[in-house]
Design a protein. Structure first.
Length: 153
């Protein structure tokens, strides 16, 4: 399921779909790859190439229909709040893809996905800190020649 909030998109799926083969992470990579493949076309037609930040977190959510004249699906709960705060944090640390430790801990090993441990962070409006990882593909990392990362899993 998905919802639009301004220029933000919330995408959700059950963990049994998102976890195998790190499908939730690979979804972000696939979107980036598709944009890169169409970059020349976007630049020509619109004068710019879209870019985005992504964050992933897992946990229970409350899903409800909201609105009377314009009904839409709304997502509520701590999981959604943590994801929103992680997105704010991504801006602050200038990273384009963050994943919570809660999700990284549940992902099976994936040698083509690397995660830089950014440590525990305090999130606005939340008492407990959250462990955060900046995530990228091994191909991106080898191009950047970075050594301060670990493999997911």
């Amino acid at each position: 399921m998905h919802a639009y909030i301004g220029d933000e998109v919330i995408v959700t799926w059950p963990l049994e779909i998102g976890l195998p083969d790190a499908a939730c992470v690979r979804c972000v990579f696939a979107i980036r790859d598709r944009i890169a493949a169409l970059a020349e076309s976007y630049a020509r037609e619109f004068g710019l190439v879209p870019d985005f930040r992504a964050v992933l977190h897992c946990g229970p959510v409350v899903v409800s229909e909201v609105g009377r004249s314009k009904e839409q699906i709304g997502y509520f709960g701590d999981t959604v709040n943590v994801a929103a705060r992680l997105e704010e944090h991504a801006k602050q640390v200038d990273r384009d893809f963050l994943v919570s430790g809660a999700l990284v801990d549940r992902l099976a090993p994936a040698p083509d996905i690397v995660a830089d441990d950014l440590g525990e962070i305090a999130l606005r409006g939340r008492a407990a800190s959250v462990r955060v990882f900046a995530v990228g593909s091994a191909a991106e990392e080898s191009m950047a020649q970075r050594s301060d990362h670990c493999r997911v899993g």
